[in-house]
Design a protein around this ligand. Structure first.
Ligand code: GTP
Ligand code: MG
Length: 218
C-alpha cells in the first residue's frame, strides 16, 4: 500500500499496513541481498524511512549479513525462516512475512517502506499481492542469456526485472544487449533494468522505479 493509496484487501487476519511493501525475488545467488545493500544508501540519501525482512531456508544468514553491514540500524532488519520452499512463505501462505512487516511498522511508526527479500528460488517464484504491493525479480547474466527466453513466471510477471552482474557478461559469453532486448520483448516492454550491484551501476534507476511506483505514485 503506497503512502497515497488506500490499503488493498489483505488476507484474513492480516492488518492493513501503512508502509509500502516491496518484494525482491529471484534465483539463488542472483544478487538480491547485494541489490538491497546497494539500495540502502541511496534510499537513505533520499530520506526514505524503511526496513527490511529477509527470508532464508533454515538460517538467518542474510539478515545477519545486513545487520553486520553497518549500512542500517540492525533493529530495522527482521528474518523469516521459510523452512521449506521459499515461495511458500511469499505466495501460498505469507502470514509469517506479513507479521514480520507489521512488527516492524509497530516498532518504527512513520515507516514508509518495507523490503522483503525472498529466499533464493526458481524462475517460477512469484509474490502474493496480499504481502506486497509491487515486486522485483532479480536474475543475473551468469545464469545464462537464455533465462528471459524461458519465460518463467518470475521474469514475466514481476513489476520490475533486474538483470544483475552485468560486469560478468564478457566472462560468461553473454551479449548483454541481446539479453536485455529479449527480456524486454518477453515482458512486452515492461521495465527491465541492468545493474552491477557491486559497483552501483543501475541502482539509482531501481530506486527511481521504487519511488515512482509505490512511494510517490503520480
Ligand atoms: N560480479 C558481480 N558479483 C555480484 C553482483 N551482485 C552480487 N554479486 C555476488 O554474487 C554473490 C551472490 O550475491 P547475493 O547478494 O548473496 O545473492 P542472493 O540472491 O541474495 O543469494 P541468496 O539469498 O542466497 O539466494 C555474492 O558473492 C555477491 O558478491 C554483481 O553485480 N556483480
Ligand atoms: Mg540473499
Amino acid at each position: 500500500m503506497g503512502l497515497q493509496q488506500s490499503p488493498p484487501t489483505a488476507s484474513a487476519g492480516a492488518k492493513p499496513s501503512v508502509a509500502a511493501r516491496i518484494g525482491i525475488g529471484g534465483p539463488v545467488g542472483s544478487g538480491k541481498t547485494a541489490l538491497i545493500e546497494a539500495l540502502i544508501p541511496v534510499l537513505q540519501r533520499r530520506g526514505v524511512d524503511f526496513a527490511i525482512v529477509t527470508n532464508d531456508l533454515v538460517t538467518k544468514e542474510d539478515a545477519e549479513r545486513l545487520r553486520r553491514s553497518g549500512l542500517i540500524d540492525p533493529a530495522r532488519v527482521s528474518a523469516v525462516e521459510a523452512g521449506a520452499c521459499p515461495h511458500t512463505v511469499i505466495r501460498e501462505d505469507p502470514t509469517l512475512n506479513i507479521a514480520a512487516g507489521d512488527a516492524l511498522e509497530a516498532k518504527f511508526p512513520g515507516l514508509e517502506l518495507v523490503l522483503f527479500e525472498s529466499g533464493g528460488d526458481n524462475l517460477a517464484s512469484t509474490f502474493s499481492l496480499d504481502l506486497v504491493d509491487w515486486w522485483i525479480f532479480v536474475i543475473d547474466v551468469a545464469g545464462g542469456d537464455d533465462i528471459p527466453r524461458k519465460r518463467g513466471p518470475g521474469v514475466i510477471k514481476c513489476d520490475l526485472l533486474v538483470v544483475n552482474k552485468v560486469d560478468l557478461a564478457p566472462h560468461v559469453g553473454v551479449v548483454l544487449e541481446s539479453m536485455l532486448a529479449e527480456a524486454e520483448r518477453v515482458r512486452g516492454g515492461r521495465p527491465v533494468i541492468a545493474t552491477n550491484a557491486r559497483s552501483g551501476l543501475g541502482i539509482e534507476a531501481v530506486a527511481d522505479a521504487i519511488t515512482s511506483a509505490v512511494l510517490f505514485p503520480s
